[in-house]
Ligand binder design. Structure first.
Ligand SMILES: Cc1cc2nc3c(=O)[nH]c(=O)nc-3n(C[C@H](O)[C@H](O)[C@H](O)COP(=O)(O)OP(=O)(O)OC[C@H]3O[C@@H](n4cnc5c(N)ncnc54)[C@H](O)[C@@H]3O)c2cc1C
Length: 375
């Protein structure tokens, strides 16, 4: 029997971030069904940080997290969490409007993105085919995230603050009585006043285990692959190149090239695996836009990007049950927003309002609240 003030379900980046914040407010247990944290989506991302999103909630969570990522507390990480990368949105002639549509007029005015000529774009990413390219815009401030450093940083800082991580502890049932939740796991029962549901693709299942209807989270499988650049070509300084209609992207990754066909296949919550057809689409789309030839895939993987029906995260207290907090639906932006999302969920867990810096970055609590799926 384990007991704490707060029980966090899931030790991905969302769970680790909220556990880190909750440790300031009481005892915390983080239960993870796998034998190690980060096995699912948090271990499978493309690791880009950018504030380019049109949606104010995502942009606000990314901006508020960015302050922490640029300047984490002493001892949190052994290397910088952000490294300048840049993001080049590209399109064919017929996609020129789609390139510009990525940004609001304000973002363009404020220099979030700047229009490049085809020549300038090819100067930045020399493998791009001049004949393919019709339009390009650069987001200079986009960065690579040290996603492992970030996740490990939250876990280590949580541990130092007294958070207890219990692995191989799949929560199968949650019951509420006398102001406390009791969770059944293969590692014994865990009781806590407040449960934070940070179970990623399984978030609706965890709600069901608590006797609550799910909120409609949809895991979408996305594939990534890496391959070697041609001899003599060093991709390291390239920005990430992304098709304006999200049909593919590629970026440098530790001397290799990481690419994705930007697939979104509906999936059950599961240990997602890449499929040959998606790898082939990734190769084909990158080869059509560039002079690159993919002769050998060095690595491929797939992960579940989990979206709520409106593609915004769900953060806040469930009005149907006392002490049940949601932190899910982190989509394709969960790494870059994780710090502020964790603080927002921790605030909900102690019945405080959204932290002021997150609100002033443009996030409205109601835009991400569970209520929006319950009327
Ligand atoms: C291919 C790909 C590219 C991406 N690129 C980017 C990017 O460039 N930038 C960015 O910011 N984000 C990116 N993302 C998104 C980001 O990785 C996710 O939003 C984030 O990792 C989600 O974290 P999470 O903690 O919610 O989920 P997860 O990491 O899946 O964590 C949930 C955890 O809950 C555990 N769990 C589930 N059920 C139970 C239970 N019943 N009991 C106990 N534990 C349970 C699971 O084992 C899991 O460890 C990408 C994702 C993918 C797949």
């Amino acid at each position: 029997m384990h007991e704490a003030d707060f029980l966090v379900v899931g030790a991905g980046v969302a769970g680790a971030s909220v556990a880190y914040r909750l440790a300031e407010h009481g005892s915390v247990i983080m239960a993870e069904m796998e034998s190690q944290p980060g096995y699912h989506t948090s271990g499978r991302s493309a690791a880009l940080y950018s504030k380019r999103y049109k949606n104010p909630a995502i942009r606000g969570f990314a901006a508020a997290s960015g302050v922490f990522l640029v300047n984490p507390p002493e001892g949190f990480a052994s290397a910088p969490l952000l490294t300048p990368r840049g993001l080049l949105i590209i399109g064919r002639e017929d996609q020129a409007d789609a390139v510009t549509d990525q940004f609001t007029p304000d973002q363009i005015r404020d220099g979030v993105a700047e229009t490049l000529s085809v020549d300038d774009a090819v100067d930045l990413v020399p493998c791009l085919n001049r004949d393919y390219l019709g339009a390009a815009m650069l987001v200079p401030a986009a960065s690579d995230i040290d996603v492992n450093g970030l996740h490990r940083g939250f876990l280590a800082a949580s541990r130092r603050a007294g958070v207890k991580l219990i692995t191989d502890a799949s929560i199968t049932k949650l019951s509420h009585a006398g102001g406390k939740w009791t969770a059944e796991t293969p590692q014994g029962q865990i009781t806590a006043r407040v449960v934070v549901n940070a179970a990623g693709a399984w978030a609706d299942d965890v709600a069901a285990a608590a006797g609550l209807g799910g909120l409609g989270i949809q895991p979408l499988r996305r594939t990534c692959l890496t391959f070697d650049p041609p001899a003599g070509l060093d991709p390291t300084p390239w920005p990430m190149a992304m098709d304006a209609e999200e049909e593919f992207y590629f970026k440098p990754e530790a001397g290799r090239i990481l690419a994705s066909p930007c697939d979104e296949h509906q999936s059950q919550p599961t240990d997602a695996q890449p499929e040959e057809i998606d790898i082939a689409h990734g190769v084909d789309r990158v080869e059509r836009a560039t002079s690159l030839k993919v002769s050998r895939i060095t690595h491929s993987w797939a992960g579940l990007r989990c979206f709520m029906p409106d593609r915004l995260p769900v953060v806040g207290a469930d009005p149907r049950a006392e002490g049940f907090i949601w932190l899910a639906g982190l989509g394709g932006f969960g790494m870059m927003t994780s710090e502020a999302l964790g603080r927002a969920a921790a605030a909900a867990a102690i019945q405080a309002s959204l932290p002021a810096d997150i609100a002033s970055a443009g996030v409205e609590a109601s835009a991400v609240a569970p209520e929006r799926f319950l009327s």
